[in-house]
Design a protein around this ligand. Structure first.
Ligand code: HAM
Length: 419
């Protein structure tokens, strides 16, 4: 027997109903913000991620699913931002559209050690706004992330906000950190000793207690920021306050990907244990240029869907089925065909219908109707068929009465139901 690959999941009913609900709510809210969907391939050129995420990031160094094929190397996409920028440039949207507001839903792949909330195939719900450096874009993006959580019914989260500054400020910050920490390498964990040489910023969010204590003793503030970046950050904070979005400034917040500049944010949830980040994002004002495009600022975020599901309150986590089901109980060969015909008519009106197609007893078919949570059972037997009637049973009240097969039926099509 084959088994699924470690760190991947099969999503079966009823869990799949939660996924559909989350996706439907996300799509509805993105539409309200005038974001449009982008679908990119699951495989990309390996170089795209080396260039965009940074050679010394954890993803590039340890977590890429690489596929070598003759002279070419591909990778299963570990995130969606680089793909979005690649698509933006490949389709010359910088020339035709200018500002674009994309959203995406789909699987991402990272070769990690699987644990609760950390998978090798996981799913993002993300958004990218490409083509503007205005701080109000940051405000809209961060507040949209918060509104998405509310629309899923999730509370108990905290938005942490920081700014890394422009590339020049970021370089200054790296220098400051290096100078402050190089003499204390012995006090750092083994990994941070390597980070000191290649990725000093990541020392700031190392989970090791000693590293954390050392970092906190540096008393980081925003002293490395230029006037313009300070102004940008102040406008972002003011905008969030104007929209009543709660946040906390965390000057130690950095992100695991090199492309970030200026605003970064992470959303943590108190109920998730070690993997407590349900979503994160920030500005990446240099990435478009880095990937061969014009000087074009951008900002985005992504939620991990598996972590969103862990954070769902119990009543939301039940998931909802697609709508009221009509179960057709068929007793006899002619009845079966009649049921198929009738179902065909109803299904074309988007009524949700399941037809029994097997030679089963009335009792076993009624049990199945019950198990499937049917709202109505329509019982059609060869004898009743001759009189042009069926028995309609309301499964919630138990009431049962003859019903003309010519209709009209009391079933509501799916589209009229509230999701
Ligand atoms: P990220 O922080 O790497 O950012 O991923 C975003 C979210 O994906 C995380 O907060 C977490 O909820 C979820 N996630 C990440 N790795 C895993 C995993 N192995 N298993 C389950 N969930 C996971 C990005 O990917 C950026 N592209 C976000 C962004 C968009 N920044 C700007 N635009």
């Amino acid at each position: 027997m084959f088994k699924r690959v470690a760190g991947t999941k099969d999503i079966l009913p009823p869990e799949v109903f939660q996924w559909q609900e989350i996706e439907a709510r996300a799509r509805r809210l993105f539409a309200a913000y005038a974001y449009e969907e982008l679908r990119t391939p699951l495989i990309e050129e390996l170089g795209l991620y080396h260039r965009s995420l940074g050679e010394f990031t954890e993803i590039v160094q340890k977590q890429m699913f690489v596929i070598h094929n003759k002279e070419e190397s591909y990778v299963l996409r570990p995130e969606g931002t680089a793909s979005a920028v690649r698509a933006y440039l490949e389709h010359s949207l910088d020339k035709t559209e200018g500002l674009v507001k994309f959203y995406y839903l789909g699987p991402m792949f990272r070769l990690e050690r699987p644990q609760k909330g950390r998978l090798r195939q996981f799913h993002h719900i993300g958004a990218e706004v490409i083509g503007s450096a205005e701080p109000e874009v940051d405000v809209e993006v961060v507040s949209l992330a918060g509104r998405l959580l509310s629309s899923f019914g999730i509370s108990g989260y905290q938005i942490q906000l920081n700014t890394l500054g422009c590339p020049r400020d970021k370089k200054k910050l790296l220098g400051l950190l290096y100078e402050a920490l190089k003499g204390q390498a012995a006090a750092l964990c083994q990994e941070c000793r390597q980070r000191l040489a290649h990725n000093v910023l990541r020392i700031l969010d190392c989970k090791n207690e000693k590293c954390q204590a050392l970092v906190r003793s540096l008393g980081l503030a925003h002293g490395h920021l230029c006037q313009e970046c300070l102004r940008h950050f102040a406008t972002v904070k003011k905008g969030l306050e104007a929209l009543s979005v709660s946040y906390e400034v965390n000057p130690y917040l950095v992100r695991g990907l090199d492309y970030y500049t200026r605003t970064v944010f992470e959303i943590k949830h108190c109920g998730l244990g070690a993997q407590d980040a349900i979503g994160a994002g920030g500005r990446y004002d240099n990435l478009v240029k880095e990937l061969g495009g014009p000087d074009c600022a951008a900002m985005g975020f992504a939620f991990g869907v598996e972590r969103l599901l862990l954070a769902l309150p119990r009543e939301e986590a039940q998931g909802k089925k697609a709508g009221e089901l009509v179960y057709m109980v068929s007793l006899g060969e002619e009845a079966k065909l009649k049921c198929l015909q009738l179902a065909d008519v109803l299904r074309r009106q988007f009524v949700r219908v399941a037809v029994n197609l097997e030679p089963k007893s009335l009792k076993s078919q009624m049990r199945k109707a019950n198990d499937m949570g049917a709202r109505y059972a329509l019982i059609v037997g060869d004898d009743e068929l001759k009189q042009g009637v069926a028995l309609l049973k309301d499964m919630s009240t138990g009431e049962q009465k003859p019903f003309p097969l010519s209709g009209p039926f009391p079933f509501l099509p799916l589209e009229q139901k509230k999701i």
